[in-house]
Ligand binder design. Sequence first.
Ligand code: NAD
Length: 499
Amino acid sequence: MTTRITHLIGHSSWEGTAERTSEVYNPATGEVTGTLDLASKALVDEVVAQAAEAAKEWGQTSIARRTRVLFAFRELLESRKGEIAKAIVAEHGKTYPDAVGEINRGLEVVEFACGIGHITKGGYSENVSTQIDAYSILQPLGVVGVISPFNFPAMVPLWFVPVAVACGNAVVIKPSEKDPTAVNLIADLWREAGLPDRVMNVVHGDKEAVDALLDNPQVKSISFVGSTPIARYVYERGVMAGKRVQALGGAKNHMLVLPDADLDLAADAAVNAGFGAAGERCMAISALLAVDSVADELIAKITERMAQLTTGEGNGEGVDMGPLVTKAHLDKVRGYVDAGVSEGAELVVDGRSGEWVGGTPDGFFLLPTLFDKVTPPMSIYTDEIFGPVLSVVRVGSYDEGLRLINDNPFGNGTTIFTNDGGAARRFQNEVQVGMVGINVPIPTPMAYYSFGGWKNSLFGDTHAHGMEGVHFFTKTKAVTARWLDPSHGGLNLGFPQND
Ligand code: NAD
């Protein structure tokens, strides 16, 4: 039995018949569990037109009323997160606590957006010229498009939707076709929270739906998260269509371990950030730069910890790591492990064989894998693997490690492990990466800061959520006002100057 998963147009499920569908899998068993309707361009255009109508009224709804919807949504999300997390486990494969964790990080953005009255305040200057006042107001864009990846089916949509809605926009979101159910469940909570019909809309689909959003002139902005080649494509096509675009791309995150680091802490962090969510996190650590003098000891500690990990079905008791998302992705990641061996890296822990708990033999499992003596030309170093594969590159010094990080075309996250405050301070200043950790493995910013990488990890100049998110989802208008005073009449064709 497979479940049909379809679009949510405002408060209603789509009742049409899809010309094209795709399959949704349970990654722990390899079974098809769902059939997803894929939207045509015509359907996307229809939904956008309806969202544009809804945006007119929602954009004029008072801040007080919008705030109440956000608070109600926050309560609903908090109380229903278990149900959403189960859907994530079933379609993505990550463990249940990890799925709850991503919803909790999304909740933080909702809480940030609850302060919409404060964060959308404009400025006001009295008497900028004699008896003239100037002020700025932030207005919604209208319809905004969101396109999200498979790896955080709840958190990434929650980076954007609460801020966009709080700012008075209507949203059309196209989630990943690999794990589409979480967004439908979340959209239903917006309805229950009192968000008017058609302010939040979900269209499922693939390239056709993405292109329709990119080309539709009524869609005023695109917030995209996914791999770098698609992020670049979305950015270029969206900008050519005259939209504002924030397109967050892939990553190759490095962790630099200096000789004075607490090696137990560093080993814990490398394992947690390398293998959490089976390495399918944009902030996963995949390249571990270990200074020579401590590399052997650090690798021994990491290996010891890896032996304690349990891989298995995400709902299983005591399971640390689940399967990969699809068979195609499993094959790709295994291919990288094979390539690492043939390119001459030392395979310290081979995850290609071994046992997992729960699921079936057809599940998309790869166990945690560790390479040592990886060198920069190898594909396991150059490419984003997005799987449970940690590569140790031995470096002679801080400077060599820093150079590798800065030469890397990605710039999403990085971290340094050291007990030397001066070295850490130098690192935060010198490293060319958007999000930096100091003795913290996954430096994901809080909701009131903004999330985003540099270089090939982000196209556009605006990061997600925080005040950058608010600016992205609003247009600033500057008003200059004079209330008539007879002493200031008269003709003057010169350019306005202040006095
Ligand atoms: P993906 O690029 O394959 O897909 C992302 C979205 O783009 C999906 O909605 C998908 O349907 C759509 N898409 C895919 N191919 C397309 C095409 N040819 N034309 C138009 N649209 C297309 O990414 P993914 O595999 O779902 O997610 C994993 C990637 O996302 C990794 O590279 C990861 O690093 C990245 N990611 C980045 C961040 C970040 O904050 N920078 C966060 C999460 C994930």
